[in-house]
Design a protein around this ligand. Structure first.
Ligand SMILES: *Cc1c(COP(=O)(O)O)cnc(C)c1O
Length: 395
């Protein structure tokens, strides 16, 4: 049997390669940071990690994880509700709900799981989910697992959202779902307008803060802070794998009864292992660090502004960003790949994206900023952009 199936797989893999979509992985032989060492010993500056606050190699997180492992062991060998809950998990859930000004929080192994497990326990075929067209894959999968009626509105398009809300008025309950920051343009969902429409058309609001928490808002607390929407957003999901330390883990936080029901019925919570104590402890330390000062967020914002201004004055076409994601527009797909490769040769890691990841004719280089970048890192990256830009006729 395998022979025929193997041939089928081989053909599919060949198609992926021929389309230029085959993903190769970089082998990093150092901690994740602004500057990384590769397996062959060469060094590179990293501008494609989600390490927004530079916490991925933070000594306090490492020490917190080490200590917790010594005292609380390596893993829980259980789901939360059987015998997998420690004081650390409860403390972390409290720290998350404090951070987002919500009533309760529930941990998952990832935000992919949080989104996968949020809709099905709460909504039925009588209800409606109204989802932004650029929402993350895990939201799309979560919606698929739920029987609610599905509506999709164009990215951050409030007129289209309003039209879909009108169409969905016959349903019992409606929920609007959006990413906080969209990962390709770095644009922020207009939460104030979304909340206004939700009120007008009697809908709940859910936002995935994976790319926005720690980044967006005057002190980096996310979209509710940015748009003054505390109390108007019913459900937040997020990850511990980006700004909040970069390890692993996700969460849903929001209204008490919603979280309570998820604890009873959410399948990725009920049927998947507890996050390890060391992760919970290090994540707790993350929220402690963020509570002590706003230094990391300030540095991130400073870096974003510096990089954007220098790139604009060099003549690059950059999407207006309100986050740590900078899209340097090239429009041409093969050019985006040559550009990213030439940047790698200069020791700068950035990612070239093109259709179908972004719309046709919208190819770009995505640059992800971090509080870990120092001024000389930024200057080196900008110099490389200018050099490659001139070489490839972009400037
Ligand atoms: C990264 C990301 C996720 C997945 O988070 P994990 O914790 O890595 O599973 C979910 N939603 C959005 C919007 C993301 O950007």
């Amino acid at each position: 049997m395998y022979g025929k199936f193997q041939k089928h797989l081989q053909d599919t893999l060949d198609e992926i390669r021929e389309a230029g979509l085959y993903k190769n992985e970089r082998n990093i032989a150092s901690a994740q940071s602004a500057e990384i060492t590769l397996q062959d010993g060469s060094k590179a500056l990293n501008f494609c990690a989600n390490n927004y606050l530079g916490l991925a190699d933070n000594p306090r997180l490492i020490e917190a994880a080490r200590k917790a492992m010594e005292i609380r062991g390596y893993g829980m060998s259980s789901v939360r509700f059987i015998c997998g809950t420690q004081d650390l998990h409860k403390e972390l859930e409290k720290a998350i709900s404090d951070y987002f000004h919500t009533e309760d929080a529930i941990l998952y192994a990832s935000c992919f799981d949080a989104n996968g497990g949020v809709f099905e326990p709460l909504l039925t075929a009588e209800d409606a989910i109204i989802s932004d067209s650029l929402n993350h894959a895990s939201i799309i999968d979560g919606v698929r697992l739920c029987k609610a009626q599905r509506y999709r509105y164009a990215n951050a398009d409030m007129a289209d959202l309003e039209a879909k809300l009108q169409e969905a008025q016959a349903q019992r309950f409606r929920i609007i779902v959006t990413d906080g920051v969209f990962s390709m343009d770095g644009n922020v969902a207009p939460m104030d307008k979304i909340c206004d429409l939700a009120e007008k058309y009697d809908a709940l609001v859910m936002v995935d803060e994976s790319h926005s928490a720690g980044v967006v808002g005057p002190t980096g607390h996310g979209v509710a802070e940015q748009f003054g929407c505390y109390g108007r957003i019913d459900i937040f999901t997020g990850t511990l794998g980006k700004a909040f330390g970069g390890a692993v883990g996700g969460f849903t936080t929001g209204r008490k009864e919603i979280i309570d029901l998820l604890r009873q019925r959410s399948r990725p919570y009920l049927f998947s292992n507890s996050i390890p104590p060391m992760i919970a402890a290090a994540a707790l330390e993350t929220f402690k660090i963020l509570g002590e000062s706003n230094e990391l967020h300030d540095r991130l914002v400073e870096n974003v502004n510096y990089f954007r201004d220098k790139m604009l004055s060099a003549g690059f076409d950059i999407k207006p960003t309100q986050s740590a994601i900078c899209a340097v527009m090239l429009y041409d797909a093969p050019l985006s790949q040559r550009f990213a490769a030439a940047m790698a040769e200069e020791g700068i890691f950035v990612t070239g994206f093109y259709y179908p990841v972004v719309p046709q004719g919208q190819a770009r280089i995505r640059v992800q900023m971090s509080a870990a970048h120092r001024r000389e890192h930024l200057d080196k990256a900008i110099a490389a952009f200018i050099k490659v830009g001139k070489k490839l006729g972009v400037l």
